[in-house]
Ligand binder design. Structure first.
Ligand code: FRU
Length: 501
């Protein structure tokens, strides 16, 4: 039975979503059908299509009582909206259907596992949100909440687990058929909340009845406080744990403050459930990226999509906007030299048209514009090097989404080997985060960037995807110029395409 609350949401989104003209949205990044979007949820390949659900509040472009929005795609770039999948319409999830994941069942139905949130008055008089894990099962469009919900409650937690911060189940199936699920949980000490968090592992024979198996990983205080949105998967012979920590402190240029992303790469024994991390890194070094989730494609590629937004920078979007929040590009993951690499998918490459190429451009001190190089739906690869290999330069700057005093810039300084993204002049009227820097390891040699612009974002893949910087920008679309300048003698090669849907 579809609840009245879900029917209302479906009616509302169909009406309002239909009024948003396509040109007012990104072309190849998914946005909410109408209103607010945060985390990707339930990312899966099911019956010939990719399904992507998302944290959703249709009625306002602000976070509020969470629903699950829903869209499907054959290439992760052209999206078609389906009706909202879930509303907070049950006692145990009345204050939000929070993030979760999807798993196809042997009988062909699709199971969603999510966090149900319910506010409960405490003895102190202050209400707190209790979080449990719940299921909904359906045909890929309509889902029925499971009658025995919630399936994981505080009773399943280890002794030091908080029932107030227990969320974001990511389910997967082991090759031998055992269902596993990882979820984030705040650590208590003598009953009091701490800054620590655990990633818990649960197992199930049938995907319905779950039991606690092991603390898979503990945040030992190095990476922020509460971890959110875990994902856990094998990749190139290693095992990757991705989490999104809240309240991070920067460590040099490796992590930035606030809500960040992190991956731990290591080894995993899936019989003893022993995970041994060997390496850690940020997943994205830009301004806006959070809560990524991955899917395995039918041909075995591990593809990741994140929320292209930072919680601390949400005010960049005006509350009257018809939609707020967008997803990142789908990115293919791989491990090289022990690090996580990300590259745009080959499906994305098929959208490239009208190749423009300039080789050996001597970049001038005054801003220069190149024939055929402009636009807001663009894929461009640039290679930058000193003209004389023996003499470095001071800086190289590319500006895009530019129109007079409005622009976003990328600035590279070889002496520090840092690349900075700066959207201070992108048209934002808010005093929020507008810059990030990241270290480019091979900065002494050639700087290689692939910059992908959609109408309201840029994603910069550095050194073949060794690092990525992502940022939302809400610059007026009339700002579509791209320029370059340098202090010192710099030579640049550029290949640029328009992205055509
Ligand atoms: C992460 C998050 C999740 C939670 C959801 C609520 O961005 O805080 O932990 O499930 O958003 O919308």
């Amino acid at each position: 039975m579809i609840s009245q609350m879900l029917l209302d949401a479906r009616r509302y989104e169909e009406d309002r979503g239909g009024r948003i003209v396509a040109q007012d949205r990104p072309a190849f990044h998914l946005t909410a059908r109408t209103g607010w979007m945060n985390d990707p949820n339930g990312f899966c390949y099911y019956q010939g299509k990719y399904h992507l659900f998302y944290q959703y509040y249709p009625y306002l472009s602000r976070w509020n009582s969470m629903h699950w929005g829903h869209a499907v795609s054959r290439d992760l770039l052209h999206w078609e909206y389906l009706p909202a999948a879930m509303a907070p319409d049950r006692y145990y999830d009345q204050d939000g259907v929070f993030s979760g994941s999807a798993q196809e069942l042997p009988d062909g139905r699709l199971l969603l596992m999510y966090t149900g949130v319910r506010r409960e008055n405490q003895l102190s008089g202050i209400p707190r949100e209790v979080q449990t894990q719940c299921l909904a099962i359906g045909n890929g469009r309509d889902f029925e909440k499971y009658e025995a919900n919630p399936v994981l409650t505080e009773n399943a937690l280890p002794a030091n687990g908080s029932r107030f911060d227990f969320r974001d189940p990511k389910v997967f199936r082991r090759p031998d058929g055992l269902y596993c699920c990882v979820a984030a949980n705040r650590v208590l000490h003598r009953g009091a909340e701490t800054d620590g968090s655990n990633i818990l592992l649960f197992t199930s024979q049938d995907c319905l009845h779950w039991k606690f198996e092991k603390i898979l990983c503990t945040n030992d205080g190095r990476f922020g406080r509460m971890w959110e949105c875990p994902d856990f998967f094998p990749l190139d012979g290693r095992q990757v744990l991705m989490v999104s920590p809240q309240d991070m402190l920067p460590q040099g240029l490796e992590y930035h403050s606030g809500n960040g992303t992190l991956c731990l790469i290591g080894d995993y024994d899936d019989q003893t459930f022993e995970f041994t991390p060997a390496h850690d890194q940020s997943i994205d070094y830009g301004i806006d990226f959070y809560a990524p989730q991955t899917v395995l494609t039918p041909d075995g590629r591990r593809i990741m999509i994140g929320w292209l937004q930072n919680w601390d920078a949400c005010a960049i979007r005006e509350p009257e906007a018809p939609w707020a929040g967008q997803m990142s590009l789908p990115r293919e993951l791989s491990i090289r030299d022990g690090r996580l690499y990300q590259t745009p998918t080959r499906e994305f490459d098929l959208l490239r048209r009208d190749r423009v190429e300039h080789r050996g451009v001597e970049v001038t001190r005054d801003r220069m514009y190149l024939e055929g190089v402009s636009g807001r739906m663009v894929d461009m690869e640039i290679r930058v090097r000193p003209k004389d290999p023996a003499r470095s330069y001071t800086k190289f700057v590319a500006r895009f989404a530019e129109n007079g005093d409005t622009y976003t810039s990328l600035r590279f300084r070889p002496s520090e080997s840092t690349l900075k993204i700066d959207r201070k002049f992108s048209g934002s009227r808010r005093a929020i985060l507008h810059q990030r820097r990241c270290l480019v390891e091979n900065g002494s040699e050639e700087l290689r960037l692939r910059i992908i612009l959609d109408r309201y974002s840029c994603e910069v893949f550095i050194d073949g995807g060794r690092k990525v910087m992502s940022s939302a920008l809400y610059t007026d679309l009339s700002a579509d110029r791209i320029s370059f300048r340098a202090d010192g003698d710099v030579v640049m090669d550029i290949v640029k395409y328009d992205v055509v849907m």
